[in-house]
Design a protein around this ligand. Structure first.
Ligand code: ARG
Length: 287
């Protein structure tokens, strides 16, 4: 006699999804007035194809409006001519507990952005700034959870910077190794859903780092290659609302099923430089 499927326990069918709680955030952004693709420092960038700054500004405005509509605060840093990637504010620093771990860029083309962001932060209520010894690209490679900071290495941020950030910020830093050049920053392959869980694309990580992620986050949302390939993992969650690239349809469905509220945005012009919503967003954390 076979057991009918209806008689099997249905634990997953009536799994309770917790109510997700949004926390008000404070973000720093940079309008892409000087946006362009004039050099190539990641596989997304094709200087021959270029990019349209006016279209980038339009799309960026929809991102900013989405944050404001969600009740978040958005501060602006003035864009600087000659720094076409400055729109990617996430790379400008790491701000945790009101302290700023400054950025030190890998490529000469972006080097001037580090001091520009540090200068703004100092002038706007964040006097404690560490100018780093080691190469690191701010929140592009450092993602903050309640009890730890996840840190990427392999393409941009030096392993030594993970130690430097841990020592300065007094938070445990967990190293994750990136192995796919399309996902050159941690924030292109993983994002925090809240203070204790993440969504990620396993293919971006070394096998050891995948095992670390499985151990730390058994309930993570696992995205597939198609969602990763439109930079769907470059998303921003406030604990409930998740601002995510609109083309990441599989991930959007998963988020919805897990009780999050997807807020799709089209940032396709900025993706020509290898960026999405998170890249355009630096969180200013006072706690
Ligand atoms: N063109 C920029 C670079 O390659 C894009 C940076 C995207 N930022 C990010 N946080 N992933 O450096």
């Amino acid at each position: 006699m076979t057991v009918s499927p209806a008689m099997e326990p249905t634990a997953t069918a009536d799994r309770q999804i917790p109510a997700r709680e949004a926390l008000r955030r404070r973000y720093l952004m940079c309008r892409p007035e000087h946006f362009a693709v004039t050099y190539s420092i990641n596989p997304w960038m094709d200087p021959a194809a270029g990019a349209d700054a006016a279209r980038a500004v339009e799309q960026w405005e929809t991102l900013r409006s989405a944050y404001l509509a969600l009740g978040h605060e958005v501060e602006l840093i003035d864009p600087i001519a000659g720094l076409p990637d400055m729109v990617f504010a996430a790379n400008g620093a790491l701000v945790v507990g009101g302290r700023v771990y400054g950025a030190r860029f890998t490529h000469a083309e972006r080097a001037a952005e580090g001091p520009a962001y540090s200068f703004w932060l100092r002038a706007n209520g964040f006097p404690d700034v560490l100018e780093p010894v080691h190469t690191n690209e701010g929140e592009g490679d450092f993602l903050t959870l309640d009890h730890m900071i996840l840190a990427g290495t392999g393409f941009r941020t030096d392993l030594a910077a993970h130690q430097e950030a841990q020592e300065y910020l007094g938070r445990p830093v967990v190293t994750l190794r990136l192995v796919d050049p399309r996902f050159y920053h941690l924030d292109t392959a993983l994002f925090p859903l809240d203070g204790g869980n993440v969504a990620y694309y396993p293919g971006a990580f070394s096998s050891g780092s995948r095992a670390v992620l499985e151990r730390l986050f058994p309930d993570a949302i696992i995205a597939d290659e198609r969602d990763a390939a439109v930079l769907g993992l470059n998303a921003v969650s406030d604990g409930r609302n998740v601002v995510v690239n609109s083309e990441a349809t599989g991930l959007i469905k998963l988020l919805d099923e897990h009780g999050y509220r997807p807020v799709p945005v089209d940032l396709s012009e900025l993706r020509k430089a290898g960026g999405g919503p998170k890249c355009c967003t630096l969180e200013l954390r006072t706690a």
